[in-house]
Design a protein around this ligand. Structure first.
Ligand SMILES: [Zn+2]
Length: 252
């Protein structure tokens, strides 16, 4: 999909765009040198126009995102290999990040498997996921999502204390319930071993759920609004109507 007519301003704000940014960040996709016998995982990546502020400011967030996502227990072998190559190399170069990225380690039982867990900096992860979702929204719908984004980290468990056990039960129930919706939705993205997304448009055409899936294991569901509420009241419903055939298929 191209974004003619929108490419002069940033996907996140109204500033002039100065470059094109990869969404999700390029660093999540393996480089050829680490995966010589594999297909090229960096072909046809999604890019969107971005201003300096929203492109350059997030380099350290990208490294954190990669370091957290690639540790997930549900990841496919590509995700595991990416951790063992690129992420381990980066940690060897900057060993102090080991303690910064994987804080307060503990043991966690998932199903009948015992696995190490660590505390995730939700604020930092959410900042990255928020940007990725808005970038994907821009790419998919050719317009900006200016309203709020509610992020459900469906793959992240709470620390299994008294409160956490209840939260985890809710997350598990949500995953079971949402499975039906997402199992029939189309998957978009060229390198689906690394990343794909799915879209569910609500009938009011003002809210959209976007599912982001990394390494076939880490899942984030984001409920995003097209417009800030004060703007929504100005626009009539017909202006918001989305008539692409592809989208109608999504809603059914
Ligand atoms: Zn911007």
């Amino acid at each position: 999909m191209n974004d003619k007519g929108l490419s002069n301003t940033c996907y996140m704000c109204r500033r002039q765009s100065t470059s094109r940014e990869h969404v999700p960040p390029l660093c999540l996709f393996p480089e050829k040198k680490d995966f010589q016998d594999d297909p090229d995982y960096r072909k046809n990546l999604i890019t969107i126009p971005s201003c300096d502020k929203h492109n350059l400011k997030k380099t350290s967030d990208d490294e954190y995102l990669l370091s957290v996502l690639t540790t997930h227990i549900d990841n496919n072998p590509v995700g595991v290999r990416l951790f063992n190559s690129k992420v381990v190399r980066a940690l060897e170069r900057r060993p102090w990040n080991l303690f910064k990225f994987y804080r307060d380690p503990f043991r966690l039982t998932v199903g009948d498997q015992s696995t190490p867990g660590f505390m995730v900096d939700r604020k930092r992860i959410d900042r990255s996921i928020n940007r990725i979702t808005r970038g994907i929204f821009f790419h998919h719908f050719q317009k900006k999502a200016l309203g709020t984004a509610l992020i459900v980290p469906s793959s992240i468990a709470a620390r299994p204390d008294k409160k956490g056990i209840i939260t985890n039960r809710h997350i598990f129930q949500y995953r079971q319930w949402s499975q039906d919706v997402w199992s029939i939705a189309d998957r978009y993205g060229e390198n689906q071993d690394i990343f794909y997304y799915q879209v569910f448009r609500f009938e009011d055409y003002e809210r959209t759920a976007i599912r982001l899936v990394f390494y076939e294991g880490v899942v984030f569901d984001v409920l995003i609004e097209d417009y800030k509420s004060w703007i929504r009241s100005v626009f009539t419903r017909s202006r918001l109507f989305w008539d692409s055939k592809r989208e109608q298929k999504q809603i059914v």
